[in-house]
Design a protein around this ligand. Sequence first.
Ligand SMILES: Nc1ccn([C@@H]2O[C@H](COP(=O)(O)OP(=O)(O)OP(=O)(O)O)[C@@H](O)[C@H]2O)c(=O)n1
Ligand SMILES: C[C@](O)(CO)[C@H](O)COP(=O)(O)O
Length: 237
Amino acid sequence: MNKIYPSLVAIVPAAGVGSRMEADRPKQYLTLDGRFILDVTIEKLLSCALVSQVIVAVSADDPYFSKLSMANHPKVLRVDGGVERADSVLNGLNKALALGAQWALVHDAARPCLLVDDIERLLEQVAADDDGGLLAAPVRDTMKRASPDGFVDHTVNREGLWHALTPQLFPTKSLQRNVAAALAANIPVTDEASAMEWAGHHPKLVIGNDTNIKVTRPADLKLAGFYLQHEDNLGCA
Ligand SMILES: Nc1ccn([C@@H]2O[C@H](COP(=O)(O)OP(=O)(O)OP(=O)(O)O)[C@@H](O)[C@H]2O)c(=O)n1
Ligand SMILES: C[C@](O)(CO)[C@H](O)COP(=O)(O)O
């Protein structure tokens, strides 16, 4: 039993339709080197010894989940997804609370290139801080704010700007309470940290590898495949 994270579960929102991917199925069920993306992601999370269960939120009518090689893994549990990502995460959090999990590690199904080193860095650097934390990567490009007609309105100061990645790590009870309250207040919650920030917390930013991309658009699939094939010598956070 780990003293810092005595009970840690992973929650994988995997109930999206992947519309930006323009594929014939939800992107979490596309394959990389012959393996479903969702299988790869679940396996990455289970390779962290501290993760006791992986709660996967999939659409209630998802016809693909049962085809996963990880579908019947003893540590994998299925819950129904929701309309938005935050709804899916909240269903996972409710299950995590029912299991008595004190900590929740929320990770997008669509991020199969996650490195175990990054999970361990997040766990070490958050070190059970109640404000939690998230993997993130500093912005490296000049950032522009667009005008409604598609021209540059102004340049945004990129000092201190980070890309939020996943996993994001928070105390289960606090995260469940704040996600539920934010949704009830119609606050846009596109990641777990934004619900915690809304409640006044200041999650820790933990640097993560740029290779931890979210497969979102068609070109991302080949890139994810490249990263997975070379991950033994690509991790360089
Ligand atoms: N109602 C939803 C919407 C999204 N997700 C999950 O949240 C993650 C990140 O969301 P995103 O990349 O936006 O996935 P989709 O919503 O499927 O993509 P799109 O916006 O292109 O439709 C994905 O693993 C997706 O499966 C979810 O569990 N439930
Ligand atoms: C959670 C996330 O991956 C952090 O960057 C992102 O917010 C997901 O957004 P999406 O629009 O649901 O892809």
